[in-house]
Design a protein around this ligand. Structure first.
Ligand SMILES: [Zn+2]
Ligand SMILES: [Zn+2]
Length: 264
């Protein structure tokens, strides 16, 4: 199994370290070379998004412990992918593909189900896109996502080491495609052969519904191409980020964002 290749404490440390290091590096680069010139104060914008992220840690810490416990317990109850007796590296690659496919489907479901969109729209109501948007989610979206993941990953036969490995690979990609760094169009084209690029994800944050309901991928752009949701425009000069009405400045406050999904 993958823990024979990667030790769980090392993976955990690497995953947290990479998330923080990539976040800080992208934040610095955004200051030097931004794609959107924003008149908004970056500090105030980051403070709101990081407040939501801090609340999410209250959900993620207990759910992470529950996930680790349930996956450990299910190892003896249901083999999942282990019944194929594959080499550990191949098993890890297949599980990472399956987890990323689930992330694609879950994100798409958040856009296509009115109940889930209530919570996911908090992520999209950000009128400025930068690396801190990658941590801006309503806690209820995180909670529902975590509760659904547990039985699904048990069914797959994933171990906590596979989840940590996926998180180590996926989180910097998510941070990168939310970042407000201007990169050369050729580099973006190259990136989107493999990952959802910043240009792809900017289009996903468009106020235009037809553009917003595209480019759902988290780590790989493959799923959008495969399931017909890939969309690209070479010129995003006219792109308006956010949601009509929801992105108004008076609604961009912590308690207003937390309450919003529960209002009519
Ligand atoms: Zn979305
Ligand atoms: Zn996003």
């Amino acid at each position: 199994m993958a823990e024979t290749i990667f030790s769980i404490p090392d993976l955990r440390l690497c995953s947290y370290g990479t998330t923080i290091a990539a976040g800080v590096l992208l934040w610095i680069l955004e200051g030097f070379n931004p794609f959107f010139s924003t008149e908004k104060r970056r500090g105030a914008h980051a403070k709101l998004n990081l407040s939501l992220a801090a609340l999410n840690l209250l959900v993620l810490l207990p759910s992470g412990i529950l996930m680790a416990f349930m996956l450990e317990w299910s190892k003896n109850a249901w083999p999942g992918i282990r019944m194929l007796a594959l080499p550990p590296a191949l098993e890890a690659i297949l599980l990472i593909l399956c987890i990323d496919l689930w992330m694609y489907l879950w994100h798409r479901l958040n856009h296509e189900t009115p109940f889930l969109w209530r919570f996911h729209s908090v992520h999209h109501s950000d009128s400025t896109l930068d690396v801190t948007t990658s941590w801006r989610f309503h806690s209820m979206e995180i909670l529902i996502s975590e509760l659904l993941r547990i039985p699904l990953f048990m069914l797959m036969g994933a171990g906590i080491e596979h989840l940590l490995l996926y998180s180590l690979l996926m989180t910097p990609v998510i941070e990168f495609h939310h970042s407000n760094i201007a990169i050369a169009p050729a580099l973006d084209r190259l990136a989107r052969l493999i990952i959802p690029s910043p240009m792809m994800h900017r289009l996903h944050h468009s106020r235009e519904r037809s553009e917003r309901n595209s480019n759902y991928g988290s780590m790989l752009s493959l799923w959008d191409r495969l399931f017909g949701s890939f969309m690209m425009k070479e010129n995003l000069d006219d792109l308006r980020i956010g949601l009509d009405r929801e992105s108004d400045p008076d609604k961009q406050q912590l308690f207003a964002l937390l309450q919003r999904p529960f209002q009519p």
